[in-house]
Ligand binder design. Structure first.
Ligand SMILES: [Fe+2]
Ligand SMILES: [Fe+2]
Length: 230
């Protein structure tokens, strides 16, 4: 089995929710089909969680912050340790959600809140991008056009990708794969990677970075226990 192109394991989060869990180093990525009428009841856990809607829409709630309708590739969220959160699909279409979980011992402040997508500048190599940037994570919606590439590079950030539509060729370390149709990849820190789209269509993916890169992280509501002042 490949560390860079992990295979998901079926997990049972709630009735009418079909989830796959992927191990990404010390993190866990969960991609869930949330059927109409399905509900993931309020729960909390020590791990930090972040996520967004990949397809359709669903309602997401955060204790103390109310609920928001998360729409396709538009709105994200971050939830810190011990803060309750829930989700449900009140619509008539299947929704797909992405959740990223990691241990809370990471450095830096973490908080909870909803985050809106911010458009970015297209790259010279043919990649159109927008971002949801939290305090410990960054989720990039990236469309690699036909003929577009991401030149071979490496960085200290962990990186992962979830394919939304289309496909492209992805190289990580010494491995090379076609990345498409709900595939997931994971690039550990300091491992070289690159991508190239030789067609026939653009490749749309959500690409995550931990910690966030050069974009200014959002300041989210701190948990009550560590909030200073009044
Ligand atoms: Fe959770
Ligand atoms: Fe990268």
């Amino acid at each position: 089995m490949s560390e860079y192109f992990p295979v998901g394991r079926v997990v049972d989060l709630a009735p009418q929710v079909n989830s796959r869990s992927y191990r990404l180093g010390d993190m866990e990525l969960i991609v869930s089909e949330i059927l109409p009428g399905a509900e993931i009841p309020m729960h909390s856990h020590p791990e930090l969680q972040a996520g967004m809607c990949l397809r359709g829409s669903f309602t997401f709630g955060i204790e103390g912050q109310g609920e928001r309708l998360l729409t396709e590739l538009q709105t994200g969220y971050g939830v810190t340790s011990g803060v309750g959160h829930w989700a449900r699909n009140e619509g008539t279409e299947v929704a797909i959600g992405l959740d990223l979980k990691r241990a809370a011992d990471a450095q830096g402040p973490t908080g909870s809140g909803f985050l809106d997508l911010v458009p970015g500048r297209p790259s010279k190599q043919g990649m159109t991008v927008s971002f949801i940037v939290g305090d410990w994570f960054e989720l990039m919606v990236a469309d690699l056009t036909v003929g577009g590439s991401m030149v071979r590079h490496k960085h200290r950030h962990e990186q992962f990708g979830v394919s939304i539509s289309g496909s492209y060729s992805m190289q990580i370390g010494a491995e090379e794969r076609v990345f498409g149709a709900s595939d997931v990849y994971y690039t550990p820190p300091a491992i070289e990677h690159s991508a190239f789209n030789d067609g026939p269509e653009g490749g749309l993916a959500v690409v995550g970075f931990v910690p966030p890169r050069y974009h200014r992280p959002a300041v989210l509501d701190a948990p009550a226990a560590t909030r200073s002042g009044s």
